[in-house]
Design a protein around this ligand. Structure first.
Ligand SMILES: NC(=O)c1ccc[n+]([C@@H]2O[C@H](COP(=O)([O-])OP(=O)(O)OC[C@H]3O[C@@H](n4cnc5c(N)ncnc54)[C@H](O)[C@@H]3O)[C@@H](O)[C@H]2O)c1
Length: 343
């Protein structure tokens, strides 16, 4: 059976949009028919490159365009809620990036509207589409770990450290982003923990801003940073498990390192986004063996294009692991609990 084309409107044409455009280019039934960005130059170059004629600078217009069946929203966090709100209003399925919103109050307002007029909604917790993470979930479901006792997760990047002299951007503004490393990277750790171990019950966090002001781009003028560079937290889960988490933009030597270790009553497994095709597994340690760690190769069937799952969701055929509206909402609830706990 041939599948109907799905016409996609892409909002935000920055760094992460390249990734989504590439994912869409791999899906035969997907077609980007409209794009939107406030940056006119980017709109022109990306429009020419992707050969997209319908170009907008305001997102309300692209959501309302009748030549667009669904929205992929890849804009700074401040705009996530308003774009999703418009999609709910106009009944347009939406893939919206993480963090879900800038705070939990926004998430609660959206929930009210969404419950009255639900739409297919994916939230960009992209690590659920790393094959090793999907395989780890399968191993857990197969009972390979027994009960999960505790989790350790690190999400480390280096680009915020002084030595890189990274200029000020929306990612350093609370108004624009909600929080710093916590919402940017920590949201992925929270999602991985919820995916593998279930709901958070309580948390306690420490958050730090190491680089307190940054140069404005192409300028010597400085701007104060009002979000965290680092967040660490401990958590208890509803099922009795515990977790220890660290995230940083100041971790020299680490480009994009998300590693999650799950300690069960029968075994321990570890996934790392830098090694998407393998899972490490430890069985019981005994004196007779030199090494009790095995490297498991991830079977090919665990590979899945995130936006293919979104398009399948629109047809009512998304996977059960798909990160949806509720995952965004619950994630934002944990982010707010963490910020409050850090004082
Ligand atoms: N899931 C992931 O792994 C992942 C990775 C990176 C970024 N992200 C998320 O994607 C989003 C975008 O991040 P990025 O790194 O691409 O940022 P970016 O700054 O590189 O790009 C953002 C783009 O949005 C445009 N924009 C700003 N305001 C706009 C508006 N009002 N209307 C239309 N366009 C607007 C900017 O001009 C820019 O082109 C963020 O929410 C971020 O958290 C997710």
């Amino acid at each position: 059976m041939t599948r109907h084309q799905i016409r996609v409107g892409l909002i935000g044409l920055g760094g992460m949009a390249n990734h989504h455009a590439r994912l869409l280019s791999e899906i035969p039934e997907a077609e980007i028919t409209a794009i939107c960005d406030v940056n006119a130059e980017l709109l022109r170059t990306v429009g020419d490159k992707l050969r997209v004629a319908r170009r907008y600078q305001d997102y309300a217009s692209i959501v309302q365009d009748s030549n667009v069946d669904c929205i992929v929203s890849v804009v700074p966090n401040k705009f996530h809620a308003e774009i999703l709100d418009l999609c709910i209003q106009y009944g347009k399925p939406c893939m919206t990036e993480k963090p879900f919103t800038v705070d939990f109050a926004e998430a609660e307002l959206l929930k009210e509207k969404y419950e009255k007029s639900p739409i297919p909604c994916m939230v960009g917790f992209s690590y659920r589409y790393v094959a090793s993470f999907r395989y780890a979930k399968h191993l857990i479901e197969q009972g390979e770990l027994g009960d999960i006792r505790h989790i350790s997760a690190n999400y480390l990047q280096q680009w915020g450290a002084e030595m890189f002299d990274t200029p000020y951007s929306w990612r350093f503004s609370k108004t624009m982003s909600g929080s710093g490393a916590l919402g940017d990277l920590g949201a992925h750790m929270i999602d991985a923990a919820r995916y593998f171990a279930g709901e958070f019950a309580y948390v306690s966090a420490v958050m730090k801003t190491f680089v307190k002001e940054r140069r404005l781009p192409d300028s010597e003028q400085m701007r104060t940073v009002d979000v965290d560079d680092f967040a660490a937290f401990v958590a208890g889960f509803e099922n009795g498990a515990a977790g220890v988490f660290t995230t940083s933009r100041n971790a020299i030597g680490f480009g994009n390192h998300l590693e999650v270790t799950l300690f069960g009553t029968k075994a321990t497994i570890q996934v790392n986004c830098e090694h998407p095709k393998t899972v490490r597994r430890w069985g019981k340690r005994s004196a007779e063996v030199d090494s009790n760690v095995e490297t498991l190769n991830v079977p090919e069937r665990f590979e899945l294009n995130q936006l293919q799952d979104f398009l399948n969701m629109i047809r009512g055929e998304g996977t059960k692991e798909l990160p949806d509206f509720r995952d965004g909402y619950e994630n934002q609830k944990v982010l707010d609990m963490l910020i409050r706990s850090s004082g």
